[in-house]
Design a protein around this ligand. Sequence first.
Ligand SMILES: Cc1ncc(C[n+]2csc(CCOP(=O)(O)OP(=O)(O)O)c2C)c(N)n1
Ligand code: SF4
Length: 274
Amino acid sequence: MSSAAQRKQFLRGIPFPFCAGCGGATVATVFLKAVDELGFKDLRSFVFCSGIGCASWIPSPHFKADSIHTTHGRSIPVATGVKLVRPDLNVVVFGGDGDVLGIGLSHLIHAARRNLDITVIMVNNMIYGMTGGQVAATTPLGTWTTTTPYGSYEPPLDAFRLLASAGASYVARWTTAHMAELTESLKTALTTKGFSFVEVVSQCPTAFGRRRGFKNVKEMLRWLKTQSIPIDDPEAASMPEQGETIAVGEFRRRTVIPTLTESIQQVTKRAGKQ
Ligand SMILES: Cc1ncc(C[n+]2csc(CCOP(=O)(O)OP(=O)(O)O)c2C)c(N)n1
Ligand code: SF4
């Protein structure tokens, strides 16, 4: 399907509220491309949950689908409820790094631990975009933000390693400068049984880019690409300390573990026999 046909098929036609050049628009486009390439003709089998923040406006109210815009950081608990009540639906969470990895962090870890059969797409712009550029758990060391006027002094959190060790079935990280890899990764995430997580390191020209001295979006995208190295490169291990190197790639769980829905069904069956 052409991108114009995709827009008609999957979008309501309400303009996105993003600043010019925001990576949020790229993530929306790539997600719909992935859905189209997987053969979905519409989004009726999907439910989208999002919290508060610029990235949370990606699905709702723009996608032609059922979507729930929840409070800040609480999209995963709501998605958990939706999935447990309707395990037949594809439940997808969109959110920013503040929403998913900051205020919502405990929900994220527990969803991975439980192997909840949902997909979480985290748009990591390394800052709180919507509220004007406060420091986030993902901000690289030394970055000037409105709450760190002399540079951030805390190392960023590595969602990839955290979730892979917490029990997720699929974890990936790409940037908005890796559109082809991101498309394939989203297709894998959407078809993986169990908890899947895709982090997209993305450009926020308004709250992050201009403070870092980037002249334009093109320069930011070039930076995202040049800072990226494969996750299995030994140099990638330095990422948590610095946050300047972007370790990109995929992790797939080799042993198949039951999803939360399957575990509950097994226990219910056992209890029914007693
Ligand atoms: C309980 C609560 N705390 C704080 C806020 C204010 N707030 C709204 S969005 C946001 C963070 C936005 O950053 P992120 O989630 O990374 O999304 P972005 O806008 O960067 O896409 C904050 C702190 C809120 N709405 N609710
Ligand atoms: S503030 Fe940043 S993240 Fe929010 S819409 Fe503007 S460019 Fe995008």
